[in-house]
Design a protein around this ligand. Structure first.
Ligand SMILES: C[S@@+](CC[C@H](N)C(=O)[O-])C[C@H]1O[C@@H](n2cnc3c(N)ncnc32)[C@H](O)[C@@H]1O
Length: 222
């Protein structure tokens, strides 16, 4: 099935409210587990950036798992960031997390300054996917840990609908529509491998980590 892009930013009141209230425990804990398994040596301290952090659930989980790290969540949506900051005010005061407004590519971010770069469910929003991979290359310190995860576009619309019915049966319509549109906008694993090749990141490993998600992980070696 051909990719059907969706609007890049996800920032209406209705969308951000539904997204922030949704239960992403399964996919977000998959993300943090993958990070822990892939980088068992990340126990100490460092600077981590979450690109397209949305309402901040993964940043919060990472801050709890890696208390020595300084974590920055970056997002282009002001409403999303407001929800992330509210969440941290109520749940995460003692954690070292900052939320920053920024639209990738963002030249104001310091180059080669980050020891870990993470991103979940951002790539499928980007009209030019190389923006994410070039940003990672520019921002990563040599040896930085990278973990990116996103949805994988299914073979057809019926398969996309079946995934929505299976995983979001009880969710509100706005979230079901977002999930369906995101599946249609998602990049396939082959497309992602091609993007890595074009960005000089072919040394990172890529694969599937669920029936609907792919991952890219590894360390930036140069
Ligand atoms: C589907 S949400 C994912 C949020 C979060 N990472 C998560 O896993 O729940 C995608 C986020 O990427 C943000 N976004 C889209 N394009 C962006 C860009 N060019 N730069 C920064 N953020 C962007 C959107 O505002 C939205 O909050």
């Amino acid at each position: 099935m051909e990719r059907r892009p969706e609007p890049e930013l996800m920032d209406s009141e209705a969308q951000t409210a539904a997204y922030a209230a949704a239960d992403f425990n399964e996919s977000n804990s998959l993300f943090t587990r993958l990070f822990a398994e892939s980088f068992p040596d990340c126990a100490g301290s460092g600077a981590m950036i979450d690109l397209g952090c949305g309402p901040g659930d993964i940043a919060l989980r990472m801050a709890r798992a890696y208390p020595g790290w300084r974590i920055t969540g970056l997002d282009a949506g002001e409403n999303m960031l407001r929800r992330a900051r509210e969440r941290f005010r109520s749940e995460g005061e003692a954690l070292d997390v900052t939320f920053k407004h920024g639209y990738l590519p963002d030249d104001s971010l310091e180059e080669a300054a980050w020891d870990a770069l993470i991103s979940n469910s951002l790539l499928h929003h980007l009209p030019d996917p190389l923006v994410l991979w070039h940003s990672i290359r520019r921002l990563a310190r040599p040896g930085a840990a990278v973990l990116v995860m996103d949805l994988c576009r299914p073979a057809g619309m019926a398969e996309a609908q079946a995934l929505v019915d299976h995983y979001a049966a009880d969710e509100p319509p706005v979230l079901r529509d977002d999930f369906y549109n995101s599946l249609l906008a998602a990049y396939t694993l082959d497309e992602v491998r091609d993007q890595l090749e074009k960005s000089g990141l072919a040394a990172l490993s890529a694969g599937m980590c669920s029936d609907r998600h792919w991952f890219v992980k590894g360390r930036i070696t140069d």
